[in-house]
Design a protein around this ligand. Structure first.
Ligand code: ATP
Ligand code: MG
Ligand code: FE
Length: 332
């Protein structure tokens, strides 16, 4: 089965072609990071406009690279949420037009379920059930993945997402966007125990997360230094902040393992690229850990194609009237 996948939920215009869901034939990602950098974050209007400019070219390039013809595509998979509505609509409209013209089915995919599916491509024999820690730019969830299309959210952030916290701390330090990779790199040269930032564990009765307290603590620390004229060791701030995030995530993963008895842990989303997180969880002997390579952690269309393939197998086809759902929840 040949899947053509389109992803335009945020600031990456992406198109991929897959064979039987787990084999990448082409995976084109055009990132707008350079454009949005100037603004310190993604500007929705600018994102939609750039998707519009790149979408046709992305699809053509992916098809060319895959060596497949339009007529060989069995179905289209496209992200319909969550994300920026204007951005989503560009990919969705393009996918609908293509599906209509080629007379093939369209499968609407949840972007977050796509992030999880990136692991099926990276680990060819990986199968549900497992526990998934989704740590992306806008989401932080602990999910029990009971089947390829069955999800049960058992924990979630009450405020900021992990990636959001990385981006905000980076911006306050004047380091740029996106913050995650920059903080990760600088943290390697810093002392994670230099500053004792709070690790919001929220007690043993919940698997929920909170990162806004940590974010405020970092901002307060920086303001205090600036007011007192103390020097700020950026590497130490990065390392200590990152340490607090990783310890919080690790604590909840361990708690979820205890609660569910499941020791197979899968990481997904942009923050799954974080070296300290991979190391902290990877060095625990009790965990059977999986995570995607860096380019499959952040937004791409291959992961959407994989998630779409399993929905297609289940017969979960969308009509051409499918609409974008900016605040789509996982498992809906
Ligand atoms: P969502 O998937 O929730 O809709 P998104 O698509 O914008 O949001 P992703 O593409 O999954 O998010 O990931 C981007 C996020 O990952 C950004 O917040 C970025 O800072 C973070 N990130 C990327 N690399 C790293 C890293 N090495 N360490 C920490 N964070 C990282
Ligand atoms: Mg992005
Ligand atoms: Fe994403």
């Amino acid at each position: 089965i040949i899947t053509l996948a389109i992803e335009t939920s945020c600031d990456e215009t992406a198109c991929a072609v897959l064979e039987n869901g787990r084999k990448i034939l082409a995976n084109e990602v055009y990132t707008q990071i350079e454009i949005h950098k100037t603004f310190g974050g993604v500007v929705p209007e600018v994102a939609s406009r750039n998707h519009l400019e790149k979408i046709a070219e992305s699809v053509d390039r992916a098809l060319n690279q895959s060596g497949k013809k339009m007529s060989e595509i069995d179905h289209i998979a496209v992200t319909y949420g969550p994300g920026l509505v204007g951005a989503l609509l560009v990919g969705l409209s393009y996918a609908k037009a293509l599906a209509y013209t080629l007379e093939i089915p369209i499968v609407a995919v949840n972007h977050i379920e796509g992030h999880i599916a990136a692991n099926y491509i990276a680990h060819q024999t990986l199968e549900p059930p497992f526990l998934c820690l989704i740590v992306s730019g806008g989401h932080t969830h602990l999910v029990k993945v009971n089947g390829y299309t069955e999800f049960e959210v058992i924990g979630r952030t009450r405020d900021d997402a992990a990636g959001e916290a990385f981006d905000k701390v980076s911006r306050t330090l004047g380091l740029g966007y996106p913050g995650g990779p920059i903080v990760d790199k600088l943290a390697k040269k810093g002392n994670p125990y230099a500053i004792d930032f709070p690790k919001a564990m929220m007690g043993h009765d919940t698997l929920d997360f909170s990162f806004s307290g940590l974010k405020s603590a970092v901002l307060n620390y920086l303001n205090k230094c600036r007011m007192k004229g103390d020097s700020i060791v950026v590497e130490d701030v990065c390392a200590s902040f990152q340490h607090a995030v990783v310890e919080t995530l690790k604590g909840k993963v361990l708690q979820a393992m205890e609660q569910t008895g499941c020791h197979k842990i899968v990481l997904a989303g942009g923050v799954a690229a974080n070296s300290a997180l991979r190391h902290a969880l990877g060095s625990l002997e009790t965990i059977d850990i999986y995570y995607p390579p860096l380019d499959l952690c952040t937004d791409n269309a291959a992961m959407i194609g994989c998630a779409g393939y399993y929905k297609f197998l289940k017969g979960d086809i969308s009509g051409l009237d499918v609409n974008a759902v900016p605040n789509l929840k996982i498992g809906e």
